[in-house]
Design a protein around this ligand. Structure first.
Ligand SMILES: Cc1cc2nc3c(=O)[nH]c(=O)nc-3n(C[C@H](O)[C@H](O)[C@H](O)COP(=O)(O)OP(=O)(O)OC[C@H]3O[C@@H](n4cnc5c(N)ncnc54)[C@H](O)[C@@H]3O)c2cc1C
Length: 391
């Protein structure tokens, strides 16, 4: 488990002032936005309540092609060419058309941070008034504010969490009423060969269990699409069924519905915009994907090629254009738990066909394809660059 390096007590000095871009949250989404702004000369400040890479927020599984495209292979722990799916009546080995990898969270975050030239400070964000963000170290104002703070969407509409500023904006999106899944995992030491999932009501009525090996540790967990179902006991049960110690816990809420990616002048990226895929709870590559998209718009803003208002519209439209894909996965998420276990076993048999695997996993990857990383800056930037070259 990561050690605590976050500044405390007297090290927590006052932090005030103004910057061009304020990125709140320095995990997958925030770091991806910052990466796109590297070299622009803009004053970019990234905030997080913990030091970068200090608190792992997931099982850290991602399509390998995304790690490669982002230049993050240095953090890779293990790679899998197939997915083993267990149901009460059948175990299927699905040979994937592309590989999946687990990675080391602190290493990945530090590699990503190296690719940005943003300044970083630890501070807890509690809300905002207009473009002024309130933190436990003081107020910060920015031309552009990005919320990459995860599912709480701290800078969105609703009531403030700041004790002195009840009128300020802040998130009121709370489980169990909000469309959130819950996930919990343990990280016992040990090795494994297979990436495995369990669709089994013994562990969770709606959701799945998993075991992702990552070098010298396993990430074993249970995710429930129903926020009211507590996953602690069954996470322990799955670990014990696998003869592993239920130690080193890590868990969080996982959004499973797309939300507006812009609101009241703020850009929302990653879990704060519901960018996690509903059926699979895969939210890292989508945090990268939408983070890059947002960062490209902001790059055009700081380089003078777009206004903030134009960037808000473009990024909001880009995110919303993925709505039908997220909705299709949400419908599947709602359908799978209703399928009788025997039928599920039959369905799995059909899913093993090469044609079906290529088709379904190909479409799944295409929701946020790794080629997007190399796709380049937005058209507005390319146009202005062409003008500059012509001049
Ligand atoms: C148990 C579990 C396992 C998962 N496994 C996978 C997986 O294997 N693959 C996958 O693709 N997805 C997985 N997910 C989903 C994935 O973790 C999220 O979708 C992803 O982390 C979203 O990235 P993000 O940057 O938007 O948010 P986060 O990773 O949640 O980052 C938010 C950042 O904001 C900071 N922050 C939050 N509040 C404040 C505040 N008030 N002030 C300052 N800083 C703050 C946090 O410290 C954090 O650094 C898993 C989720 C869970 C719960």
């Amino acid at each position: 488990m990561p050690t605590r390096r976050t500044t405390r007590g007297t090290d927590r000095t006052p932090l005030t002032g103004d910057v061009d871009v304020l990125i709140c949250g320095a995990s997958f989404a925030g770091l991806a936005v910052a990466r796109e702004l590297a070299g622009t000369g803009a004053r970019v400040l990234m905030l997080d309540r913990y030091d970068i890479g200090e608190r792992q927020t997931s099982a850290c599984g991602i399509p390998t092609a995304w790690l490669r495209a982002m230049g993050l292979m240095g953090s890779q722990r293990q790679t899998f060419g197939r997915l083993v799916v267990h149901t009460p009546h059948r175990t299927a080995r699905l040979e994937l058309p592309w590989t999946f990898s687990t990675f080391d969270y602190p290493q990945l975050c530090s590699l990503l941070a190296e690719r940005s030239d943003a300044q970083f400070e630890t501070a807890k964000v509690s809300g905002r008034t207009g473009n002024t963000v309130h933190t436990d170290r003081g107020d910060l104002t920015a031309r552009v504010v990005v919320d990459a703070l995860g599912w709480r969407r701290v800078l969105g509409g609703g009531g403030s969490t700041h004790p002195d500023r009840p009128g300020a904006r802040g998130s009121a999106y709370q489980p169990p009423d909000a469309p959130l899944s819950r996930g919990l995992e343990v990280h016992p030491w040990g090795a494994g060969e297979e990436m495995e999932i369990w669709i089994d009501r013994r562990y969770v009525p709606a959701g799945y269990g998993w075991s992702f090996p990552a070098g010298d540790e396993l990430r074993i967990g249970v995710g429930s699409f129903d926020p009211r179902f507590h996953v602690k006991d069954t996470t322990v049960m799955l670990a014990e069924d696998l003869r592993r110690d239920p130690v080193r816990y890590q868990g969080n809420w996982i959004p499973h519905r797309l939300r507006d990616a812009t609101e009241d002048g703020v850009f929302f990226v990653g879990d704060s915009a519901g960018h996690c895929l509903p059926l699979t709870a895969e939210g890292i590559r989508t945090a990268f994907y939408f983070g890059i998209a947002c960062g490209r718009e902001l790059r055009a803003v700081v380089e003078g090629n777009l206004s903030v208002a134009q960037a808000l519209v473009r990024y909001g439209d880009f995110s919303a254009s993925h709505g039908w894909k997220f909705n299709a996965l949400l419908r599947a998420q709602q359908l799978v738990p209703r399928v009788a276990p025997q039928l599920l076993a039959q369905g799995l048999r059909a899913m093993q066909s090469r044609r079906f695997l290529d088709w379904s996993f190909g479409h799944y990857l295409a929701i946020a394809p790794p080629e997007f990383v190399a796709a380049g800056p937005p058209p507005a930037v390319r146009r202005s660059h062409a003008r500059a070259v012509a001049a």
